[in-house]
Design a protein around this ligand. Sequence first.
Ligand code: LLP
Length: 463
Amino acid sequence: MLSTTNVGVQNSGTQYLPSGDENPSPNQQLLPLTARVNNRDSLEIGGCDVTTLVQQFGSPLYIVDEETLRAACRQYRDAFTRYYSGESQVLYASKAWSCLAVCAIARQEGLGIDVVSGGELYTAVNAGVSPDKIYFHGNNKSRQELQMAVETGCTIVVDNWLELQTLAEMTQDNSNKPTRIMLRVTPGIECHTHEYIRTGHLDSKFGFDPNQLEEVFAYLSKHTFLNCIGLHAHIGSQIFERQPHQDLGGVMVDWLAKAATYGLTCSELNIGGGLGIRYTESDDPPSIDEWVKVVSESVANACQARQIDLPKLLSEPGRSLVGTACVTAYTIGSQKVIPEMRTYLAIDGGMSDNPRPITYGSVYRTVVANRMSAPLTETVTIAGKHCESGDILIKNATLPKTEPGDTLVVMATGAYNYSMASNYNRLPRPAAVLVSNGEPNLILQRETYQDLIRQDRLPERLI
Ligand code: LLP
């Protein structure tokens, strides 16, 4: 029987197995919480052998561990109950991975959903999420999306003047049923993450600038059919620091106090998402529990200092809920050895199923699922199959010796992989399976070639 812990094993894929702590924070692991090595030296997730899953469902394959996703949802929920004495609500930022099954799990765990488009709203509603737990964000919602949001009855997080005025015009006759809105504020808080995923600094395309806010409050005090229930801010993503969220509490509570002077009862405060996850051994994010403690205490202390009631505290994590729950399994194919330079090992997917390395320079770790204990003797660069030199998933990965047909698993791919996937080079997007207690359930069917041409139209004269 092979070891299922990482103690003393530093030379194989087993080093990435979960820590064995009693209640590990999913965002601090590399592999899902149920990851084990079975007696075939194969990686098992949710009680399913990963190589068998690939035989059954093909590759590339997103494999989602239900237990890890649910554990993350529960840890957020329980931590707010522990550290925040007011009401709280965790919303799943569905942009991280929007599909029916993932939204339904979030719903079952008592979470609400944050959506940023008509498509995400449609998905959340169809996953059975109650509109009073849906919050609609976005810096340029179309009229049609706003109409859809109003009709659905979700809360609209208003981002700018145009949107506010459009909504006012759209809903002025609904004064018997005021539309619930929140205001997104640019809080002017810097954090150290990739510039593309930073949003809280003043030079950001999102939200009202602080110096516009009083004018907005004054406007809302005269347009009471828009029911402004609170304020929102999100400062960025993949954040490991504690300080920015600590500062955010004080800044936002100040604005709540200011809104009250305009007669607005803003009883909800949404402090966004942003908690980072571990993609490599050197990543050291705070645990979910610690992050919740920081934001809860910061808001509670700020309220106490200003003598105002605790707002209902909302947060909207995405990456730290779903990121570690998923791995992507690929089949290893061709190899190109350039002597004294580099060995490229190609897999059957790439930038179309995981655009994060080429977009943000993101770094991932990998294991060979059917050789979990083999010694790591090779240094190779994992190349995707797209016609693009930059389509490299991992530079200088250390792997055991592999053969074509082996199963390569890239870890922590749950967040912003499927949701940003494309059909570049007309590759069908992968299937996804949800695994739990040895049972795989298909949650996304693999696209087919017919799917790829479904929206194509061939004008008569080209036939
Ligand atoms: N709330 C708002 C308003 C957001 O814009 C985001 C993420 C979240 C919540 C969730 O943040 P999280 O907890 O996932 O950090 N595509 C990029 C990430 C973009 C994040 C966009 N906004 C990536 O792959 O790293």
